[in-house]
Design a protein around this ligand. Sequence first.
Ligand code: NAP
Length: 245
Amino acid sequence: MPKDKVAVVTGASRGIGLSIAKALAAQGARIVAVDIDQEATEKVVAQFKADGTEAIAVKANVTLAEDVEQIITAAMDAFGRVDILVNNAGITRDGLLLRMKDQDWDAVLSVNLKGAFLCSRAASKVMSKQRFGRIVNIASVVGQMGNAGQANYCASKAGLIGLTKSNARELARRNVTVNAVAPGFIATEMTEILPEKTKQELAAQIPLGSLGTAEDVANAVVFLASEKAGYVTGQVLGVNGGMYM
Ligand code: NAP
């Protein structure tokens, strides 16, 4: 990836988003780290700068159009372009369908799907003018295969795949590619605390025999965000150890 690329990563202060930001920085990208948690994002950016990566922190709630506009303004003011957008910010509010509260449905759809729509709309204006852009949406294997207790989350991630394909068709002529990465079970802070037996049961459902890592997801994003993926658009790249084919 050429050194001057500017990458906006949402939900960049921890977990998979942080791994993605680090992996893009390792390829020479300048980082616009976006998160709702200002303090955590500023810490992450301070570390990037200490490591020699140009980076800015933007506190934003991706569900609010005015916050999202401010992300792109901050990126343009600091770096003058936006080459890569990774829509990674996401939440869960799990519950069985019969008991799922309206606000849990709305919250998940709002962050996971509307957030990606707002960020894509704002970034694609700049990318279209540049005649270059890479948008990568972080979906989930459960958006492809469903999961009991996650109607809101699965619907949001399936919706994100539809958004990916539609935006890919609209933006292709402007040399802007839009793809999704669909992670399977990824080892995070959340899964670290599970009992060993539960971890083994999860791993037993995966042909490759183990949970994935945030770096596995980041590697797929780096490829889709690179110049080398220029003829790949509208695709969903599963990073799931073979649990869904
Ligand atoms: P995570 O650790 O919870 O990180 C998500 C980040 O997004 C947090 O820093 C969070 O900030 C931020 N965020 C939440 N709502 C936001 C909003 N409205 N505006 C801006 N930032 C917001 O999650 P993760 O496990 O790394 O997951 C990252 C992505 O991968 C998500 O889209 C998730 O659905 C997807 N994914 C994860 C897995 C997995 O196994 N972990 C599997 C498949 C897909 P706060 O915490 O401060 O709210």
